[in-house]
Design a protein around this ligand. Structure first.
Ligand code: SAH
Length: 194
């Protein structure tokens, strides 16, 4: 494992994100939105994620302005990052597939919205957010730079903590007791833990 291979693995993760997300966004447009909780904070934190997870690492890879924050590369750490990136792609793909027509990039309730509680959702309520945390962690392990390595996980943390309460409140408003019962039998991000 070399820094160049680690950077390529990071880039493959980003390409996989686009390859999964672009067709899903197109498909989602066909199902009407009946309610939403889209605030300025929500839009800003989503934009921040693109900056932290994609734009800052691209600046690092294509210029030398962040080189002051470089540290020594470790092949073993990068190998762990590769595993985290692979699990990100798998969870991201599966959560999209299982949410299907109920997925939105932001906080929205769709026409005929169903509460998904099978597959990954039988174990945790937010597998897609687990995948985003893993993407941020993978970036930190693959890119040996304090700024470009950690910008992703910081952006994911901001999005996650500002969104999670609102998302669960929206789901509770839509599904009432069913959502309460679902919350009782599942954790948020890691099965049986938290
Ligand atoms: N938080 C989930 C989904 C992220 S996508 C995850 O991390 O996997 C965000 C949208 O998914 C929200 O707007 C909400 O409408 C929808 N959603 C979240 N959990 C859901 C569930 N269990 N069933 C159906 N839709 C869900």
């Amino acid at each position: 494992m070399t820094p160049t291979i680690a950077a390529c693995i990071w880039a493959i993760g980003v390409i996989a994100w686009l390859a999964i997300r672009i067709p899903r966004r197109r498909k989602a447009k066909r199902t009407k939105v009946v309610a939403d909780q889209v605030t300025l904070t929500e839009r800003t934190t989503l934009g921040l994620c693109i900056v932290g997870l994609v734009i800052v690492p691209i600046i690092y890879l294509t210029s030398d302005i962040l080189d002051y924050a470089n540290y020594n590369f470790s092949p073993w750490v990068a190998l762990l990052g590769t595993v985290a990136m692979a699990v990100f792609v798998a969870l991201f793909y599966l959560s999209h597939k299982q949410l299907d027509k109920n997925w939105s990039v932001t906080l929205e309730v769709r026409e005929d919205h169903k509460l998904v509680d099978h597959g990954l959702y039988a174990h945790i309520r937010h597998p897609m957010y687990t995948s985003f945390w893993l993407w941020g962690i993978a970036q930190a392990l693959l890119i040996p730079n304090w700024v470009a390595g950690f910008s992703g996980v910081v952006a994911v943390a901001i999005l996650y903590f500002s969104r999670i309460g609102n998302e669960e409140a929206m789901m509770r408003q839509e599904f009432g007791k069913d959502y309460d019962a679902y919350c009782k039998r599942t954790k948020r991000l890691v099965p049986k833990l938290f």
